[in-house]
Design a protein around this ligand. Structure first.
Ligand SMILES: O=C(O)CCC(=O)C(=O)O
Length: 334
C-alpha cells in the first residue's frame, strides 16, 4: 500500500490486480473494492450514472471500459461509410485521410489498404452520428459536465503491418494535441469496431498516469519510420507496468487526456478498426501553446491547415473552432 496526502491507495502491483479484475468482470469495475480509495473526486463529476466503484476506478486509473455500448448495426454503418470514403465514392469537406508510412510509399490503391486513420469527420452525418449516440454522451457528461463539445474525431484503421512495425502507435498523451484546458474536463470515447486484442494491436495504457503532467513529445526514432503526427512521449520508460485492453466489438473505453497510451502492431491480415471522439466541456478555455512543449505539434497542425484552407493568418484556436461541434447544452467558450 502507498499513502498519498493522507489517503491510502493500493500499491502498483495491487492496482494492476484490481485493473485485471476490472477488465475481466462483468459489469466492468463492479468487483472493485472501494475500501481503501480516497473520498475526494477530482476527475469525475457528481452524477447519477457511474457507480461509486466506477468513479473510484477512473479516479485511480484514468480510464473506464463499458461493455457492449455501441450496437453492431451502428458499427456496420460506420464500417460501410469508411469503405465508401476510402474508395472515394463520397467526399466530405474537412475530412483528413492519413496513410501508413510504410504502405503508402510502396503502393497506392484507392481503398483502405494504406489508410491508417481518417480524422475530422464532423461533416459526415453517418460517422458523426457516433459522437451523439445518447449512450455515449451520457457517460461523457460524467467527465465534461452538461455542455458537451465534440472536439476531435477519428476512425482508426490499423492495417496489417507491412513488416516495418509502422502499424504501432507510440505511447503518448492526447493532451499534447489539444490547446484547451482544463484537462480534467476532456475525455476520449474509443469504441472497438471488432474484437481487439494483442494480435491485432489493442490499446495499451499506463494506469494512473493521468495524475501526472503533460510530457515532452517527439517523433520516436523507429527504424521502419513513423506515421505523420504520431508523436510519442520522449524517453518513455518501458519498465512502467502497462495494461493491454482486450475489448469486444461495441465495448467503449473512456479515458483522460493525460493517460499515457498507445497501441501495438497489427500481426493479423485484417484491418483493425476503432472509432473515437474527444469531447470537452464547452466551458473549457483555449490556451496559447507558444513557449510550451506543444509548439512542435502546433507547427505541424498549422502546416496541414494551410494546405487545407490556404489561409496564412489562421490560428490554432481557429482550426479547433472550425472543426469542433456542440453536442449537448450550450456552446460557451470553445
Ligand atoms: O487506435 C489506436 O491504435 C490508438 C489511437 C490513438 O491513441 C490516437 O490516435 O491518439
Amino acid at each position: 500500500m502507498q499513502v498519498h496526502d493522507g489517503n491510502v491507495t493500493p500499491g502498483s502491483s495491487g492496482r494492476l490486480t484490481i485493473i485485471q479484475r476490472h477488465l475481466t468482470a462483468v459489469p466492468l469495475s463492479g468487483q472493485v473494492s472501494t475500501a481503501n480509495y480516497p473520498t475526494k473526486f477530482c476527475y469525475t463529476l457528481d452524477n447519477n450514472l457511474l457507480t461509486t466503484e466506477q468513479r473510484h476506478f477512473y479516479e485511480e486509473n484514468g480510464f473506464l471500459v463499458i461493455k457492449n455500448l455501441v450496437s453492431s448495426v451502428d458499427i456496420e454503418s460506420f464500417r460501410k461509410q469508411f469503405e465508401k470514403l476510402c474508395k472515394k465514392e463520397i467526399t466530405i469537406p474537412g475530412l483528413l485521410i492519413m496513410r501508413d508510412v510504410a504502405i503508402a510509399k510502396s503502393e497506392y490503391v484507392p481503398d483502405q489498404k494504406a489508410v491508417t486513420k481518417i480524422q475530422d469527420f464532423q461533416e459526415d452525418p453517418v460517422l458523426f452520428s457516433y459522437c451523439s449516440l445518447p449512450q455515449i454522451v451520457k457517460y461523457v457528461e460524467c467527465f465534461t459536465g452538461p455542455n458537451v463539445m465534440a472536439m476531435h474525431t477519428m476512425l482508426i484503421n490499423k492495417p496489417p503491418d507491412a513488416g516495418k512495425k509502422s502499424s504501432r502507435h507510440p505511447m503518448h498523451q492526447d493532451l499534447h494535441y489539444f490547446p484547451f484546458r482544463p484537462a480534467d474536463r476532456i475525455v476520449c470515447a474509443w469504441t472497438a469496431m471488432e474484437r481487439i486484442d494483442r494480435t491485432n494491436g489493442c490499446l495499451v495504457v499506463v494506469p494512473g498516469t493521468h495524475k501526472g503532467v503533460l510530457k515532452q513529445h517527439d517523433y520516436p526514432e523507429w527504424e521502419g519510420g513513423v506515421n505523420k503526427m504520431y508523436h510519442g512521449v520522449r524517453d518513455y520508460d518501458l519498465s512502467i507496468p502497462r495494461v493491454h485492453l482486450v475489448m469486444e466489438k461495441g465495448d467503449t473505453v473512456f479515458f483522460h487526456p493525460l493517460l499515457i497510451h498507445g497501441s501495438g502492431m497489427n500481426r493479423t491480415a485484417g484491418f483493425r478498426k476503432a472509432i473515437s471522439c474527444h469531447y470537452a466541456g464547452a466551458d473549457c478555455n483555449y490556451i496559447d501553446v507558444k513557449g510550451t512543449s506543444q509548439e512542435n505539434i502546433e507547427k505541424e497542425v498549422m502546416e496541414v491547415a494551410y494546405m487545407r484552407y490556404g489561409l496564412s493568418d489562421l490560428t490554432l484556436k481557429d482550426v479547433w473552432m472550425i472543426k469542433s461541434r456542440i453536442i449537448k447544452g450550450e456552446r460557451t467558450n470553445l
